[in-house]
Design a protein around this ligand. Structure first.
Ligand SMILES: [Fe+2]
Length: 163
C-alpha cells in the first residue's frame, strides 16, 4: 500500500504523472528494472544508478541495519524516495541557517514515500534490525549533496563533506 506520511513537502509545478513520488513508486513496484543491480555492502552503503533521462535520475539504495547518510540536502533538486522493504527513519532538520532547527523524525515503512524540495535537509538511517531497500528519484539530476551538522548553540550549519 502506498502512503505519504504527513508533513511531506509538496512540489508545485510538476504534472501529476511526472511527480517523483509516483515515479519512485512505479520503480519500486517493478523489481525487474533493478533487481539485478541490488547488493548489500557492510562497508559502504550501497547505491546504484537505475535510470537517467533528461529530466530525472532513479537510484537504488540498500541499507543494512545501522547504515545511514549524514545530514544533507540535494541542493536545488526536488525528489522523492519510496521504501521497498524494511523501514527507514528520516530525520528532517528545518530552520533558517544560523537558527536552532527543529528536528522531525519520520518512520518510512515499505510502500511509503517521502518527498523533498530544494534545500530540504535530512538524514536517512536504517534503525531497524532488517535490511532495507529504497528507490530514489531526483529531478532533474542527482546533484552533489550539501552536508550539514546541528550545533546545539549556533544551529544548522553547512560543513565540508566527510572524507
Ligand atoms: Fe537525501
Amino acid at each position: 500500500m502506498f502512503a505519504v506520511p504527513p508533513n511531506t513537502v509538496a512540489l508545485g509545478g510538476i504534472p501529476a504523472g511526472a511527480h517523483p513520488a509516483l515515479i519512485a513508486r512505479q520503480y519500486a513496484e517493478d523489481r525487474s528494472r533493478w533487481r539485478e543491480l541490488l547488493r548489500y555492502d557492510p562497508d559502504v552503503r550501497f547505491v546504484a544508478l537505475v535510470d537517467r533521462t533528461d529530466e530525472l535520475e532513479v537510484w537504488l539504495m540498500s541499507w543494512l541495519p545501522g547504515q545511514s547518510t549524514d545530514l544533507h540536502d540535494h541542493a536545488q533538486a526536488a525528489g522523492a524516495f519510496t521504501v521497498v522493504c524494511g523501514t527507514l527513519t528520516e530525520r528532517v532538520a528545518r530552520g533558517a541557517s544560523g537558527e536552532r532547527p527543529s528536528k522531525v523524525l519520520h518512520q518510512v515503512a515499505a510502500g511509503q514515500s517521502r518527498v523533498f524540495g530544494p534545500g530540504y535537509v535530512h538524514q536517512v538511517r536504517n534503525a531497524g534490525v532488517d535490511p532495507a531497500v529504497s528507490l530514489h528519484v531526483y529531478r532533474s539530476v542527482r546533484p552533489a549533496m550539501g552536508h550539514f551538522q546541528v550545533d546545539p548553540v549556533t544551529g544548522l550549519a553547512q560543513v565540508p563533506p566527510a572524507l
